[in-house]
Design a protein around this ligand. Structure first.
Ligand code: OFO
Length: 171
């Protein structure tokens, strides 16, 4: 049975993962309508991954005797000044998600809930990858600068920037 403080922390994380999914979705729409088809593909796929992260948490809460709350997600920004701004927002968002996961882990340790602590380790590893990927992409964008040809290649190649583990480990 989940302690109330753990259930609350997990439901907060469910909300944040839902917001992540929604944020990536709005970014995907922006990218698609700007002609960045590769980036849009990347972001649509990432939105799905975030939904899986949310569902994995919801199923865990329910399995452990809690009640998962279906989050109400607020609309995020729909306009971006360019790809750099999109990926800077992603890195800032993922850094916030990492802090939140660390908070959940901390609450688990305080409550001596080692089962949930163990479950959360998957999210700890996931965040290392997500922040790392956002940084790698920002490095590539810095190299491309405002060169339209380089941005064309960036858009064409972005799906190959993911680590082999990505896209196959949720669930
Ligand atoms: Fe769920 O990993 Fe990003 O936010």
């Amino acid at each position: 049975m989940l302690h109330d403080t753990i259930a609350h922390a997990l439901n907060q994380q469910i909300l944040l993962e839902g917001q992540s999914s929604h944020t990536y979705l709005t970014m995907a729409v922006w990218a698609e309508t700007q002609g960045f088809d590769g980036v849009a593909e990347f972001l649509y796929a990432h939105s799905e991954e975030e939904r899986e992260h949310m569902l994995k948490l919801m199923r865990f809460v329910n399995e452990r005797g809690g009640i998962a709350q279906v989050p109400t997600v607020e609309a995020g920004p729909t306009e971006y000044g360019g790809l750099k701004e999109v990926f800077e927002s992603i890195l800032a968002h993922e850094t916030k998600v990492t802090e939140s996961i660390n908070h959940v882990v901390d609450v688990c340790l305080q409550a001596k809930d080692y089962t949930t602590h163990h479950f959360m380790q998957w999210y700890v590893s996931e965040q290392i990858e997500e922040e790392g990927l956002a940084r790698r992409i920002l490095d590539k964008l810095a190299l491309a600068g405002n060169d339209q040809g380089a941005l064309y290649l960036f858009d064409r190649d972005i799906l190959s920037f993911q680590t082999p583990a990505q896209g196959s480990h949720a669930g």
